[in-house]
Ligand binder design. Structure first.
Ligand SMILES: Nc1ncnc2c1ncn2[C@@H]1O[C@H](COP(=O)(O)OP(=O)(O)OC[C@H]2O[C@@H]([n+]3cccc(C(=O)O)c3)[C@H](O)[C@@H]2O)[C@@H](O)[C@H]1O
Ligand SMILES: Nc1ncnc2c1ncn2[C@@H]1O[C@H](COP(=O)(O)OP(=O)(O)OP(=O)(O)O)[C@@H](O)[C@H]1O
Ligand SMILES: [Mg+2]
Length: 250
């Protein structure tokens, strides 16, 4: 039977939302909490949850020396989808923590930038435990395979509703969920280093990554870059290795 992309997206939206509901209920919880960045991944995840938990889908906006547009777009989405939000600026908390850390010659820009998602993770788990919610992760297939997230930062979550969808598939879900076009059109950014975009940092485009997933022709250089990230970040997709002694202690 022929099913067009629109009705496929409609069915997928329903199926993922139902899955979120089932997982939350099996955990004995009442709803979900998602960090809202003004980006498309978090908007899609929160909108999926809103369909099944109309009163218990919480979005938390956590600027941390972020571009003003991030907060504007997060609010625009939350108002458009009528999602409960909390707004918590983490810039001072970040300064306070960084002020107490040793600043050595080998401290990298990324070691500092990665503190931001880890502070956000702490807030999300605070609200999860407070309201009996589960934390929704926003990683998509593209990010998960490349390890393009901060370990135990935005990578920390209880459920991963969109981790089997490529970035392009996330856009299809976003259109189905009627996410404001302003969010759909903006270039994906991790939002942890000013002016950075995903594609600039990764060194290839989401289009090229999509072709790689489909086994289509891409340059050798891009293929190498993708496979390198996949390899060096494999540790982010599994539990830490557990030491196992050859004999027991007693
Ligand atoms: N082989 C190995 N086995 C076990 N653990 C290993 C390891 N190699 C490194 N590690 C550990 O992992 C750490 C490095 O990983 P991590 O701390 O994540 O840091 P890292 O991968 O260097 O940086 C995070 C990357 O994710 C991107 N990001 C972050 C947040 C959001 C988004 C987004 O798209 O929104 C993207 C960010 O731009 C950057 O490229 C090391 O410091 C070490 O502790
Ligand atoms: N300012 C912020 N406030 C709250 N949560 C944030 C903020 N910045 C990032 N996050 C969280 O970190 C996640 C990872 O960011 P990521 O950039 O991958 O997703 P996105 O911003 O939703 O979409 P895009 O990749 O298109 O920018 C976000 O989805 C969101 O849950
Ligand atoms: Mg983003």
């Amino acid at each position: 039977m022929y099913v067009d992309t629109h009705s496929k997206a409609e069915m997928m939206v329903e199926s993922v939302s139902d899955w979120i509901k089932q997982q939350v209920e099996e955990a004995g919880c009442k709803g979900t909490v998602t960090g809202l960045s003004g980006g498309i991944d978090s908007a899609v995840v929160a909108a999926l949850s809103k369909r099944v938990f109309p009163e218990d889908t919480l979005g938390v906006i956590m600027p941390c020396y972020s571009e003003p547009r991030d907060e504007e777009d997060a609010l625009l989405f939350a108002e458009h989808h009528n999602i409960n939000v909390k707004n918590l600026d983490l810039s001072e908390t970040y300064d306070s923590m960084v002020g107490k850390l040793d600043d050595t010659e080998s401290t990298s820009k990324m070691a500092l930038a990665n503190i931001k998602p880890r502070l956000r993770m702490t807030v999300l788990y605070y609200y999860a435990q407070t309201y009996k919610y589960l934390v929704l992760g926003t990683s998509n297939k593209s990010e998960l395979i490349l390890g393009y997230f901060t370990k135990y930062g935005d990578g920390a979550a209880d459920l991963l509703p969109i981790a089997t969808f490529t970035k392009m598939e996330v856009y299809a879900l976003a259109r189905q969920l009627e996410i404001p076009e302003r969010l759909i059109k903006r270039p994906p950014t991790a939002g942890i280093i000013s002016g950075q975009t995903d594609e600039d940092e990764m060194g290839f485009t989401y289009d090229e990554l999509e072709k790689y997933f489909k086994g289509e022709q891409i340059s050798k250089d891009v293929k190498n870059k993708i496979e390198r990230l996949e390899r060096i970040n494999a540790h982010k997709r599994s539990m830490p290795p557990i030491y196992t002694p050859k004999e027991s202690l007693n």
